[in-house]
Design a protein around this ligand. Structure first.
Ligand code: HEM
Length: 428
């Protein structure tokens, strides 16, 4: 999104223009940009709003910051066990595709413990030099070309290489993992998959992650990696996942494959799109680039603002386990509830002048990684480090970059992402 597209007026009187009645379920709506005007209307007039779906089902949208946090915290009333995307799954699909994301505590807590040690702030700090070398190499390769795609050539290159190293996947497999990860998460975008989930029959893949044939390939890959690590353990996250036990039971093959696929899905494109969206916004605000160049110590707060602004994982779903009243509306047992992190992140009740991109914003308790609940993003420190280090490496050249072609967004109602951002180097 560019500020000029969506926001008019002086900072004191910012208002959002655009369609206030967009269909949030339609992937094409999000391809055109973040539907801020619709989120604004929902926050102001209908903080608990019902949407009918074409399938005959429907869901509630929660859009105010405090409500999103409160409902996310209350996992007994708003369970993850029926799925965390709006897609309906029957019991067989749920069982086949279950990851810790589709679990509540205490079962969830036990599984999460298997991997969280590999992603702590301290662990990530020890990878910082590796991240920097990778970022530098990627930037040094792209910039001298004079014209390149900030997403494909820069932002897309880093996250899987780092995650792959951490997990212990061999380097020659990273391209395959990025590609299959994209096909899975981008399951509603024809650029990334031939099996567009809402436009054709994908029933044959209904037991695969994201209802995607790429899920099958990742399952097969994970099985091979598991067999190798069982035969020859190493000091990596995959070996740890296989060796550790939950109450004396090691992970089953299906549990491991789903876990591995979850990490590939969650860690591949989210960081890329936060970086891409943040970079576009900075290019649109040259005064913020100058401020960062003068005061590079602001970079950590700039990263938080990029995360708030992009809020890449737009929503997660929960399902009500009992009838419950919120803002005068009755959510019935079994109803789907979408927690819109991205709407909460622009809630003026929480963020003064939310449509102003401000690299100095503090406090900035955004919802990009979730908040208040048991599922808070496990990769948050890795994502932060990747974004910060890439920005630090790019900063001296950022002022010379100009947007040089059409920006393309992902076709998805789940992930908000800029998939192409062509730029040219002004001095080239
Ligand atoms: C900027 C990048 C990222 C964003 C915006 C993001 C966003 C999120 C969000 C919103 C959640 C759900 C939180 C909740 O329900 O309370 C989540 C969970 C998760 N994220 Fe991330 N994420 C990012 C990067 C990563 C990375 C790099 C990894 C790498 C491993 C990762 C792995 C996970 C996992 C495994 C979960 C599930 C945690 C659980 O169920 O306990 N994420 N993420």
């Amino acid at each position: 999104m560019t500020a000029s597209e969506t926001v008019v007026g002086a900072p004191a009187a910012v208002r959002v223009v655009g369609d206030r009645w967009l269909d949030l379920t339609d992937p094409d709506v999000h391809r055109a940009g973040v539907p801020h005007a619709t989120f604004q209307r929902l926050r102001d007039d209908e903080p608990v709003a019902w949407t009918e779906e074409a399938s005959g089902s429907g869901f509630w949208s929660i859009t105010r910051y405090d409500d999103v946090v409160a409902l996310n915290k209350d996992f007994r009333t708003f369970t993850s066990e029926q799925g965390i995307r709006l897609e309906e799954m029957d019991a067989e699909e749920l069982a086949a595709r279950r990851t810790m994301m589709e679990m509540d505590p205490p079962e969830h807590t036990r599984l999460r413990r298997l991997v969280q040690g590999g992603f702590t702030r301290r662990m990530v700090a020890s990878y910082e030099q590796a991240i920097r070398l990778l970022a530098r190499a990627v930037i040094d390769e792209a910039v001298p070309r004079g014209r390149f795609d900030l997403v494909t050539d820069v932002a897309r290159q880093l996250p899987m290489r780092m995650l792959g190293r951490l997990l212990g996947a061999p380097e020659e497999d990273y391209t395959f993992l990025v590609d299959r990860g994209d096909a899975m998460i981008g399951n509603s975008d024809p650029e990334f998959t031939e099996h567009v989930v809402d436009l054709m029959d994908t029933d044959e893949f209904r037991l695969m992650p994201f209802r995607s044939p790429a899920g099958l390939e990742l399952f097969e890959y994970a099985q091979r990696l598991a067999d190798e690590r069982r035969a020859q353990p190493r000091d990596d996250v995959v070996t740890r996942m296989l060796a550790d036990t939950i109450d004396g039971q090691p992970l089953s093959d299906l549990e491991f494959k789903n876990f591995f696929t979850l990490l590939v899905a969650a860690g591949n494109d989210t960081t890329r799109y936060s970086l891409a969206g943040g970079l576009l916004t900075l290019l649109d605000h040259p005064e913020q680039i100058e401020l960062l160049q003068e005061r590079p110590e602001l970079m950590p707060s700039a990263v938080e603002e990029m995360l708030r602004w992009t809020s890449v994982t737009m929503h997660f779903r929960r399902t009500a386990t009992r009838d419950v009243e919120v803002h005068g509306r009755t959510i019935r047992e079994g109803d789907k509830v979408a927690l819109w992190w991205i709407a909460g992140d622009f809630d003026e009740r929480r963020f003064p002048e939310p449509y102003r991109f401000d690299v100095t914003r503090t406090p900035n308790d955004h919802l990009a990684f979730g908040r208040g609940g048991p599922h808070r993003c496990i990769g948050e420190w890795l994502a932060r480090a990747e974004i910060r280090v890439t920005m630090e490496e790019l900063l001296p050249r950022l002022g010379d970059l100009r947007v040089a072609g059409p920006i393309e967004r992902l076709r998805s109602n789940f992930i908000s992402g800029i998939k192409h951002l062509p730029v040219e180097v002004a001095s080239a």
